[in-house]
Write a protein that binds this ligand. Structure first.
Ligand code: AMP
Ligand code: MG
Length: 270
């Protein structure tokens, strides 16, 4: 279920389900079972944070419109205790944000100790949307890959495990999902007429994503390209990536910083 950003993006089948043999119903059942494990690991991370452990985990979600970023937040992070999750989504920068360097708004939303932070879009938009639409001169955005690598290396050194996921959908899947948004009154709120304009830039975005993988797929902060035409698969794959990331932290329950026997006696006397 691991899809490290190897080889070109164009070689990945968005409908594929690498590492999982079953179909949709088996995938949904697996998600539930694995979600319980994820919830247990998250609780340990939270407990560690409360005990002074500085570590945290940051899930960076990228993908084209309708790729399912919100669905990951709802269906994957929704399986764990909300107290341990901090969520931030990054849209077009405000005037205030534009007055600062591009990492300013990102730094402000980094997860605290013991938290899982989830970014719905991220600093990568500053080399994706910005690059595709020439929002700043090339001389500026071209320096950002190195700035991002340094930023993430510092984050990792300070105890944050960084999990970067690109939800990879096909143009056909996006067309279907946009059509659904137009067919269903309960989905109108997700529809943005600008998404149709963005479709014209699809090849430019795929190219910009490829450069992101080529430039920022660090060993300490790797990219994972998750085929996302099948939502159930993408959710399961991201769950596995999170289980793996948390598993690497070797989280035993934190030892008490008090004398358990003594406290039992004190309690008995009350
Ligand atoms: P949504 O995720 O549907 O709310 O859309 C957010 C929009 O904001 C997308 O079109 C992004 O490309 C855009 N966006 C996010 N970050 C930036 C950025 N740093 N510069 C320009 N556009 C951005
Ligand atoms: Mg949108």
């Amino acid at each position: 279920m691991r899809a490290r950003a190897q080889g070109p993006l164009s070689g990945i089948d968005q409908r594929s389900t690498p590492g999982f043999d079953g179909g949709k119903s088996a995938g949904k059942a697996a998600l539930k079972a694995r979600g319980a494990l994820l919830a247990g690991l998250q609780e340990r991370l939270y407990a560690h944070g409360r005990s002074g452990d500085p570590r945290s985990v940051l899930l960076v979600l990228q993908g084209m419109d309708t790729a399912g970023k919100g669905g990951i937040v709802k269906h994957v992070m929704g399986m764990v205790d909300p107290q341990g999750v901090s969520h931030a989504s990054f849209g077009k920068p405000t005037d205030e944000e534009l007055a600062h360097d591009f990492l300013w708004r990102i730094r402000a939303k980094l997860p605290a100790a013991g938290q899982i932070g989830v970014f719905d879009r991220s600093h990568y938009e500053d080399v994706l949307a910005v690059r595709v639409h020439d929002l700043v001169p090339e001389s500026e955005w071209s320096t950002r890959y190195a700035i991002i690598n340094d930023f993430e290396a510092d984050l990792v050194a300070a105890g944050t495990t960084v999990v970067k996921v690109m939800l990879h959908i096909s143009t056909d899947a996006q067309r279907e999902r946009l059509a659904e948004r137009l067919d269903r009154p309960d989905k109108y709120w997700k529809y943005n007429p600008g998404d149709i304009d963005e479709r014209q830039y699809w090849p430019a975005y795929q190219e910009a994503y490829q450069v992101v993988f080529d430039e920022t797929d660090a060993d300490t902060a790797p990219w994972h390209i998750v085929p996302a035409d099948r939502k159930w698969y993408a959710r399961l794959a991201v769950t596995e990536l999170m289980i793996e990331a948390l598993g690497r932290l070797d989280l035993e329950w934190p030892a008490p910083d008090f004398d358990v026997e003594h406290e039992r006696k004190r309690l008995a006397q009350t």
